[in-house]
Design a protein around this ligand. Structure first.
Ligand code: F0G
Length: 465
């Protein structure tokens, strides 16, 4: 047997570097004040390690940059479109591939074409833009998380699963009112947790019995396929590409933000099997995104996507990626920091309610924690809690089921020493957590408020001196 190392190395070497900027604690305190304690409003150059999102923040490969030079910028029928179409069709198996500038455009086009006010769309958990794009049409976005998902520290293999009993009830009680059901892989808002093949298959059968199409929100399909390979019985011998193809086969189409598992900085698509629906979506696309062979993207973007969506299925890449996230999770768990377990595909989610029980939910503990992480270490994370999800469509306020801080890993960007630095900062903040205090909202828009909300410390300062 050849010697097998324990260390899983980054499966790439670095050809181009981008400096990151060190700041002082005083500079960061000022930046927080100036940006109204909203990390979305901070200048990126004031951030040392940026874990705000894994969306569009990845590093492209030499092959992708090379491919971009081959971009065909013809308005209609460009060669780059056909390369993109063939690559996406190869990965997904769907008949109609409609390019969009990012995931939410695919959502808006599908929902705007297929949904009417008064309908209801179930999902394991709707991402914020998915929910908003439905609600703006007067459609109810229903989250049907499986029971295990509600317990952050419960270790279970597929906490992203949709609750099949609840899905069946929803389909029975709302016959004629469900235009399609959705499953998000991996379940981003639920902790980046995977969905099993068995769960997708069962949901697909239920939907078929009720004559309702199933649509995958497949931003992180490759990460989901990797978890299936690792955790689902009988899947270990298959390639991520084979598993992904089976996942897609259970659905009638997908919405995709290629800024995640497309390994590109911008791009997305809507893929469908239904000819009539696809034709209506294409017409809708022309209104706002562009002609159906570019959909708001440049020819070079389509080239990068055609290459990225294949590269992402590489096993060495997926192994390194999932392991980096798990590595940080292990260090936090060993130090007693409560996180959503097991760690998900693209991010570590800290359970801020568990970590900061002294901050009431009405004072947004996860938001306060994300500010403290920036102040102490220049680390940018994102709150997935009551600031993001607390406002109800009728204008009332209801606490979110969990108060999480997400540390999302850009793809192929940071190395192990960056992760070790992160762990040190997180452990330091954990050691002084009693000093962190809650925050209040000062000015908030009605929809997607976390992006622009102005926040202030609820008790004069973020930390007790
Ligand atoms: N669906 C899921 C599950 C997502 O995570 C996202 C984006 C979208 C749809 C929308 O895609 O941004 O390309 O329009 N998530 C990013 C994040 C923004 O940080 O999790 P988009």
């Amino acid at each position: 047997m050849p010697f097998k190392t324990k260390t899983i190395i980054e499966p790439f070497r670095i050809k181009t570097v981008e400096p990151i900027r060190f700041t002082t604690r005083e500079q960061r305190a000022a930046a927080l004040r100036e940006s109204h304690y909203n990390l979305f409003l901070i200048k990126a150059e004031d951030v040392l390690i940026d874990l705000l999102t894994d969306s569009g923040t990845g590093a492209m490969s030499a092959a992708q940059w090379g491919g971009m030079m081959q971009g065909d910028e013809s308005y209609a029928g460009a060669r780059s479109f056909f390369r993109f179409e063939s690559s996406v069709r190869d990965v997904t198996g769907y008949k109609h591939i409609i390019p969009t500038h990012q995931g939410r455009a695919a959502e808006r086009i599908l929902f705007g074409t297929a949904c009417r006010a008064g309908q209801i769309v179930p999902n394991n958990t709707h991402f914020d833009t998915t929910r908003a794009n439905l609600e703006v049409l007067g459609v109810q976005a229903l989250d049907l998380r499986c029971a295990e998902a509600a317990q952050p520290d419960l270790v279970a293999p597929f906490k992203g699963n949709i609750d099949l009993v609840a899905l069946e009830r929803c389909l029975e009680e709302n016959a004629g009112r469900v235009p399609f059901a959705m499953i998000t892989v991996t379940n981003n808002s639920g902790g980046g947790q995977p969905v099993s093949l068995a769960n997708i298959r069962a949901a697909s059968e239920l939907c078929q019995r009720h004559g309702v199409p199933l649509i995958l929100d497949c931003c992180r399909f490759a990460e989901n396929a990797w978890f299936i390979k690792q955790r689902e019985k009988g899947q270990a011998h298959r390639t991520p590409a084979e598993i992904a193809r089976e996942m897609f086969g259970y659905a009638a189409g997908c919405t995709m933000s290629a800024k995640k598992d497309g390994l590109v900085n911008i791009g997305g698509f809507l893929a469908l099997n239904d000819d009539a629906l696809a034709a209506r979506c294409r017409n809708n696309l022309i209104l706002t995104e562009g002609f159906p062979t570019y959909g708001g993207l440049a020819g070079y973007d389509l080239e990068a996507l055609a290459i990225g969506i294949k590269e992402v299925l590489d096993e060495d890449y997926l192994n390194y990626r999932i392991r980096s996230v798990e590595y940080l999770g292990e260090k936090l768990t060993a130090a007693g920091v409560p996180i959503v377990r097991p760690t998900g595909g693209h991010a570590v989610y800290i359970d801020a309610r568990g970590m900061l029980p002294h901050i009431p939910q009405s004072e947004y503990p996860a938001w306060a924690l994300s500010c403290a992480l920036y102040l102490e270490g220049g680390v940018r994370s994102v709150e997935i809690g009551s600031v993001m999800f607390g406002r109800q469509p009728d204008g009332t306020e209801k606490p979110a089921p969990m108060e999480l801080v997400r540390l999302a890993f850009p793809r192929r960007v940071y190395t192990q020493s960056h992760v070790d630095y992160l762990a040190e900062i997180l452990l330091y903040v954990n050691s002084m957590k009693q000093r962190i205090r809650g925050v209040k909202l000062v000015e908030a828009p009605d929809q997607l408020r976390h992006f622009t909300v102005k926040v202030a410390p609820a008790h004069g300062s973020l930390l007790v001196d």
